[in-house]
Design a binder for this molecule. Structure first.
Ligand code: COA
Length: 416
């Protein structure tokens, strides 16, 4: 069975995290992703956060599976000619350089379109057009500018960034969606187009419920927020809501057995209205089922601290997995706080290919996250990341049809 994106060739000028996340996804689905890197230098992440001296870091290897690596100096004259030929041969070009870098190389969108009108040219930038368009941006800048940090953390404490890389990997996901959409459109139009995604916009898209709450604030307090029950007045902007659920069903993180010594002995517990009676039974508060102070979701809102306090008295007598085993059959939505160690060791994630063990010629075996999107007719396998320039000759020969002599000449001229 072929892969879903077999036959799609991608010129991958991405580096660090946001762009590589995007092209890795496309590579998993079968696209031929040719990662272009500066000769002798490569993607900076190859050398960042190294755990083994002189070996590509996990930062790099875990974001660049299933790709080929071509070294090419795009500021060298011969390099520019090769790049022009590659633009002719590829379907998609992806980059996440700082604003203006591609133009300074001499390949603005207008020129790319001229070389190959079917080319889909996709970019990640920190900000869209506007006052910050020229700024360089990393993950946490995007989390802050996209509304995530101001709405994350505990009330009254500093804004908080989240471990989920919503600015980088989140924007990479958005960009991959844009590229596949443009490929579909090209089927009808015969033309490529420009796809852009700003990290600020990507983060904001993921934070849309907080903009929802910003507007609800104009019509009164946000009653499902814990601070409402605690009598703390709301200000002008959506506040930080700790571990409140963010949806219409109140939820919190609660201690479980062993929390005193195990930093991850916690569960998320959602008091879904539909199963309130089951919750009352399981925590030993059957009287709350009919008590008008507790029986309905609206009545409970001012008492959430008391309600969750009673639930926590119960969860503290159970491990986080026992809470799950007891609550699931009763349809009560709960979730254990899993550490990365527990996730790495979880057999079911290995079975589905969500966690995979990969073998690398220089670092040996390591764990990675496989494709989280499963297609029934186009399964993904995870192929180790390429060494710097591992496929330079192969790409120049097979994609551009260069002879061995021509490749040697390009190398002498410092183009590859
Ligand atoms: N051949 C020749 N030159 C190359 C090259 C190649 N193959 N690949 C890169 N370069 C050059 C670029 O042309 C640029 O040169 P210039 O500034 O002289 O024009 C230079 O390398 C550095 O590129 P840049 O993107 O500015 O890297 P940086 O390390 O200074 O900045 C970021 C890194 C991530 C901050 C920046 O790329 C950025 O803001 N990107 C957009 C937002 C983004 O994706 N951020 C998240 C990253 S996870």
């Amino acid at each position: 069975m072929g892969k879903a994106l077999d036959g799609v060739r991608i010129l991958d000028f991405t580096h660090v995290q946001s762009g590589p996340t995007c092209t890795q996804l496309l590579a998993w689905f079968g696209a031929d992703v040719i990662k272009v890197e500066r000769p002798g230098v490569g993607d900076a992440t190859r050398g960042q956060l190294r755990d083994i001296p002189d070996v590509d870091s996990l930062y790099f290897t875990m974001l660049n599976h299933n790709k080929r690596s071509l070294t090419l100096n795009s500021k060298n004259e011969t390099g520019k000619q090769l790049l022009t030929r590659l633009i002719e041969e590829c379907d998609v070009m992806v980059e996440n350089f700082a604003p203006g870098a591609i133009d300074r190389m001499g390949f603005p969108w207008e020129k790319i379109q001229e070389i190959n009108p079917r080319m889909i040219y996709a970019s990640v930038k920190g900000f869209g057009p506007g006052p910050y368009a020229d700024c360089k941006v990393y993950e946490n800048v995007a989390q802050c500018a996209g509304g995530s940090a101001s709405t994350t953390g505990m009330l009254g404490e500093v804004p908080m960034v989240t471990g989920a890389q919503i600015g980088d990997s989140g924007t990479g996901l958005h960009l991959a969606f844009g590229i596949v959409t443009a490929l579909y459109h090209r089927e009808q139009s015969g033309r490529g187009q420009r796809v852009t995604c700003a990290m600020q916009d990507g983060v904001l898209n993921l934070c849309r419920v907080k903009l929802r709450d910003q507007q609800r604030l104009g019509h009164g307090p946000l009653k499902e927020y814990s601070q409402f029950g605690e009598g703390i007045p709301f200000g002008e902007a959506t506040p930080r809501a700790g571990n409140d659920s963010g949806g219409g069903q109140p939820g919190r993180i609660l201690k479980c057995k062993g929390w005193e010594t195990d930093p991850d002995a916690y569960t998320y517990f959602i008091t879904q209205a539909a199963v309130w009676k089951n919750i009352c039974d399981v925590i030993g508060k059957p009287e709350w089922k009919e008590d008008p102070e507790y029986a309905t979701p609206d009545a409970r809102l001012p008492h959430l601290n008391e309600v969750f306090g009673a639930i926590e008295d119960w969860t503290m007598t159970k491990s986080k997995f026992e809470v799950m085993e007891i609550c699931n059959p009763l349809n009560i939505p709960v979730g254990p706080i899993l550490s990365m160690k527990e996730i790495a060791e979880e057999p079911s994630l290995r079975e589905t290919g969500t966690i995979v063990e990969v073998d690398h010629p220089e670092r040996g075996k390591y764990l990675s996250v496989g494709n989280p999107v499963k297609l029934s007719d186009s399964p993904s396998d995870v192929v180790r990341s390429p060494l710097l320039g591992e496929h330079t000759d192969e790409v120049l020969r097979d994609v551009l049809g260069l002879s061995d002599d021509e490749i040697a000449k390009a190398r002498e001229e410092g183009a590859v």
